[in-house]
Design a protein around this ligand. Structure first.
Ligand code: GLA
Length: 385
């Protein structure tokens, strides 16, 4: 049995932690690259994630250990030292964000982490780490911070300190996830509602392409800039607050005001994807997985052709899934450029699906695809170890 976080803490720091917590990774069912365009996303929190254990110190030193990077040992830094690069930047950035928001962080801490999300798979290990750090801080200091604020602080940490201009979806799903439900998140207002997922008939399956996505890569920020350019062009003829404030019909009416054809494609993706996401949540609530599945497929095609964030491996995995008997839908999930596909499949076809995908993927790319059926879990929480 895997060693628990409390023991990991004790082995490396001695004594007992004061608090232990868990924050999940997420998979997004549909609504990709909409969360910085004022649109909807439909993520769910996973039963995979990161656990952490922490204790305050009497000085201003932070000592951080991750069981996922054991060779690095304990990283020791002062509360005020600059970011060093590497995984410790995430917790440190969250601590900085709390301080910048006016929370008094006057003592260091010993914190141990251990996660079971595949590294670089696009299942939001960084968002989980951010939300988890926020939760541990809240418990250690007794700060009054809501789960939603933990998500916002995680996003701020990433935007301001890590330098990735990400939206709120990943941190929101990690902080606010609900067991058995996808969350229909309106990124414009942070309003949200549940869309229950019946695991009775369908399995939610993630296939990791093994191609590492690098969210920090400039491509993500480029897409965001292209959307901003498209918005500025449209605003010359129609004042709107965000691209996703447009209906599909309105977009078709105003699209020619976007002068750059690449920016026009990006905007088309955002507007149509937003529309698909609302329809998909409705389909999920009605238990209509067939409709849900076709929307997933349309989403993938749009991410491939209009948003251009897919890659040969993800396309192959999606296409292989689409041609499999028993599949409802499949698409790339997350920021793109590698990472995972998400697949909805009839339960009794799961074993066959796994075999076929593994074999075909290996044959085509020489890579062993990691395939796992996941459960939808609740959001970040304190745990008793
Ligand atoms: C990454 C970002 C999210 C979102 C997705 C794309 O996961 O962190 O905010 O933009 O990409 O949907």
């Amino acid at each position: 049995m895997a060693i628990g976080i409390k023991d990991i803490f004790s082995q490396h720091f001695g004594g007992e932690p004061v608090v232990c917590a868990f924050a999940p990774g997420r998979v997004n069912l549909i609504g990709e690259h909409t969360d910085y365009n004022g649109g909807y996303a439909l993520p769910c929190a996973l039963n995979l994630g990161i656990t952490g254990a922490a204790r305050l110190r009497d000085d201003k030193t932070l000592r951080l250990y991750s069981a996922n990077f054991p060779d690095g040992g304990i990283t020791e830094i002062s509360l005020s030292s600059p970011l060093a690069g590497g995984w410790t930047d995430y917790p440190v950035s969250v601590i900085r964000t709390f301080a910048a928001m006016g929370y008094s962080i006057d003592r260091g801490a010993d914190i141990a982490f251990s996660g079971n999300l595949p590294d670089g798979s696009g299942l939001s290990s960084s968002a989980a780490l951010e939300v988890l750090t926020g939760l541990l801080l809240r418990e250690l200091y007794g700060f009054s911070v809501t789960a939603q604020e933990l998500a916002v602080f995680g996003q701020l940490a990433e935007n301001r300190f890590i330098g990735v201009n990400c939206g709120i979806m990943d941190q929101f799903a990690s902080a606010m996830g609900k067991s058995g439900c996808a969350i229909l998140l309106d990124s414009a207002t942070l309003g949200y509602s549940d869309a229950p997922f019946s695991e009775k008939d369908a399995a939610l399956v993630i296939v990791n392409s093994g191609v590492k996505h690098s969210l920090a890569s400039s491509a993500y920020n480029d897409r965001r800039r292209e959307c901003e350019t498209a918005l500025a062009d449209i605003c010359k003829v129609k004042k709107i607050s965000s691209l996703c404030a447009l209906s599909v019909d309105e977009f078709e009416r105003y699209k020619d005001s976007i002068t750059n054809p690449v920016c026009r494609k990006r905007a088309r993706h955002a507007v149509y994807e937003n529309d698909r996401t609302k329809q998909a949540a409705e389909a999920l609530r009605n238990g209509d997985l067939t409709t849900f599945g076709s929307l997933m497929r349309e989403s993938h095609m749009s991410l491939k052709d209009d948003y251009e964030v897919s890659c040969a491996e993800l396309d192959f995995l999606a296409e292989t899934a689409w041609s499999f008997d028993g599949i409802y839908g499949a698409r790339m999930t997350g920021g793109g450029f590698g990472g995972c596909t998400v697949n909805l499949i009839k339960k009794d076809r799961l074993a066959a699906f796994t075999g076929v995908v593994k074999e075909k993927y290996k044959e085509e790319f020489g890579i062993d695809a990691q395939i796992f059926a996941v459960e939808i879990s609740g959001g970040a929480c304190v745990i008793n170890e």
